[in-house]
Ligand binder design. Structure first.
Ligand code: GTB
Length: 217
């Protein structure tokens, strides 16, 4: 059955892989499933046809036969459950990998997103510098906790899993702020994740669409 995802016609990041279709592409590459991409303009994302698939007018979505999903956590979990390669067979190990997926989107990602919004939208506010340092400290707190748990291990819990895929996807946004470099084991973890052939294919696919003219090679 054909899998179709949606993505930005042109991502605001110009192909840095920060838009969330990248994590879905990555999951599909890890499990070896081909997929098609429907590119959407910002306006098309707000039209009824797309709102019927994604009530918040966002990308990505996932279509497979008559199944339509949104929310990257749910999409990656679905891919990991349907195809082999992203979740361990052992029931407890599987539950722990899923726990890391939730930790990524529910506990680590929110302060990182908040930092991104502050830097993008609040720079002209008189309280910007004060708030920035508070928000940065909230990110640092989560990164420190994650760094302590990861320690010197390769992945979060045994073999690479959907938990690592989601966590690495979230950390990519933290790297933009340089805070990640304060935690060398997390920076190395992210580098390991990006070195995976499946990630490289996913990154290249989104870059081919989003890179400024002539810079994709
Ligand atoms: N919780 C949802 C999920 O995980 O699926 C969030 C989806 C989401 O935020 N989608 C964004 C979107 O559609 C694109 S990925 N935004 C348009 C809107 O809300 O109207 C977020 C994103 C966008 C741009 C960059 N960038 O340029 O660096 C990075 C990440």
């Amino acid at each position: 059955m054909t899998i179709t995802i949606t993505a930005f016609e042109r991502s605001p990041d110009g192909g840095k892989g920060l838009a969330r279709d990248t994590r879905v592409r990555w999951a599909l590459e890890e499990v070896g499933q081909p997929y098609e991409v429907r590119l959407l303009s910002y306006r098309a994302m707000k039209e009824p046809a797309h709102l019927a698939l994604q009530p918040f007018g966002q990308i990505p979505t996932y279509e497979e036969g008559d199944l339509v999903l949104f929310e990257t956590g749910a999409i990656v979990l679905h891919i990991a459950e349907r195809y082999v390669g992203l979740l361990p067979r052992n029931a407890n190990a599987r539950a722990r990998a899923i726990t890391w997926m939730f930790a990524a989107v529910n506990t680590v990602e929110p302060p990182i997103l908040d930092l991104g919004s502050a830097r993008l939208q609040e720079t002209s506010m008189p309280w910007y510098e004060d708030r920035l340092s508070l928000v940065e400290d909230r990110v640092r707190k989560r990164l420190r906790q994650l760094s302590l748990r990861l320690g010197g291990t390769e992945w979060l819990d045994g073999a690479f899993s959907a938990g690592d895929l989601m966590m690495a996807s979230v950390l990519l946004r933290a790297r933009v702020s340089d805070l990640l470099d304060e935690f060398p084991n997390l920076a190395a973890y992210l580098t390991r994740a990006e070195a995976r052939p499946a990630y490289k294919r996913a990154f290249a696919a989104q870059l081919a669409i989003n890179a400024p003219e002539g810079s994709a090679n």
